[in-house]
Design a protein around this ligand. Structure first.
Ligand code: FE2
Ligand code: FE2
Length: 146
């Protein structure tokens, strides 16, 4: 936990977004942590290069995380893989749009932009990821029996 972060808020977001799948939860913690770092760098008035470096880490890490979820979906023959992948594509597109706009210098990073990114990521975890995690937690013979 970084000093100065609103700890209660951070914990609450993490609790709401729990999937109870160990690896997914660990990766989501990094994802949300990078968004918190972005928030903090803005609050501290850090320079553009610092902010764009964190933004880039968030985009790259999210991309890797999505690939790892998609691999897991294939391994477990997840029925809604198409819908979930489409949401990943949409989310990455939004993240890249914010990053490209910032790097091109035609926009300042704003608190409301970071709030929007956080909402997109947390909403995805609370819907698609939690549904997928529930599927993974189901005993396989129950899945086969329908
Ligand atoms: Fe996820
Ligand atoms: Fe996902």
């Amino acid at each position: 936990m970084h000093p100065g972060l609103p700890e209660g808020l951070f914990m609450k977001q993490e609790d709401d977004a729990k999937t109870n799948h160990t690896e997914m939860d660990a990766e989501h913690k990094v994802q949300i942590g990078l968004i918190q770092a972005l928030e903090q760098s803005l609050q501290q008035g850090r320079g553009r290069s610092d902010i764009s470096s964190i933004l880039n880490q968030l985009v790259e890490y999210t991309n890797i995380h999505f690939m790892s979820e998609q691999l897991l979906m294939r391994l477990h023959a997840y029925p809604d893989i198409g819908g979930h992948e489409m949401e990943h594509d949409h989310l990455i597109e939004q993240l890249r749009k914010v990053e490209d706009g910032f790097v091109a210098g035609d926009s300042e990073m704003t608190a409301s932009e970071i709030t929007m990114l956080k909402r997109l990521v947390v909403d995805h975890i609370k819907t698609h990821d939690q549904t997928f995690a529930k599927y993974l937690a189901k005993p396989k013979d129950m899945v086969l029996a329908g």
